[in-house]
Design a binder for this molecule. Sequence first.
Ligand SMILES: [Zn+2]
Length: 229
Amino acid sequence: MTAQQEDDFKSGYAKLRRKEGGARRYYNRLMKAPLLRRCPYCYDRQVSEIDHYLPRSSFARLAVVPLNLVPLCHGCNKQKLNYAPSPSRPPLLHPYFDFAESEQWIGSSLDEDNFVTTFYVNVPAPWDEDTRKRVENHFEVMKLGQFWSGSAAVYFSTVWARLLRIYRASGVFAVQDYLLEEAELVVEGHAEPWKFALLMAWAESEWFCECRWRGLIMVELELLLDDDY
Ligand SMILES: [Zn+2]
């Protein structure tokens, strides 16, 4: 490709981003494409920008090709940077083509001693070796494990009081039922797949369902009160 052609492709993308003009409509349509505007990489934050799935720096020809333009959140864009596949680096999952959202490939486990929820890649058995490696690479590059552990802590902060109330009123199995029902709703609503894995991990833990974490919460609340007064 000549330098002139390369410039033409890049300026085509600049036109797309400009606030005025017909091309902006197309940009806006792309931004609205993901369900509930949820980022198709982390399945948690809201989309806020458009990224080149294959970076402009190496694939100028694809600068305005619709299938190469993917909406995502700022955090994931920063994580992805100019990632380009090579013989030793498989392509990341492509939000338009890959299975990531349609099948559960995320596993989660609860470390009861430290009360930390971790995430890992748990691809369905029929998936081949290459696909598994690709998903693991995607998980690694996008630092999804660390991110979802943080999301799990945030989610817990919104739900612990309800769980405790259920436990006190109806006992351990009621807490477990609640978590399983929430997990079902996540699947029905095509919501965050990491949250499904999280709820299943919590539901499987007797320690969690008996709200034995409540001692930790009380300590934290007491510390908070000490700070305030
Ligand atoms: Zn994201």
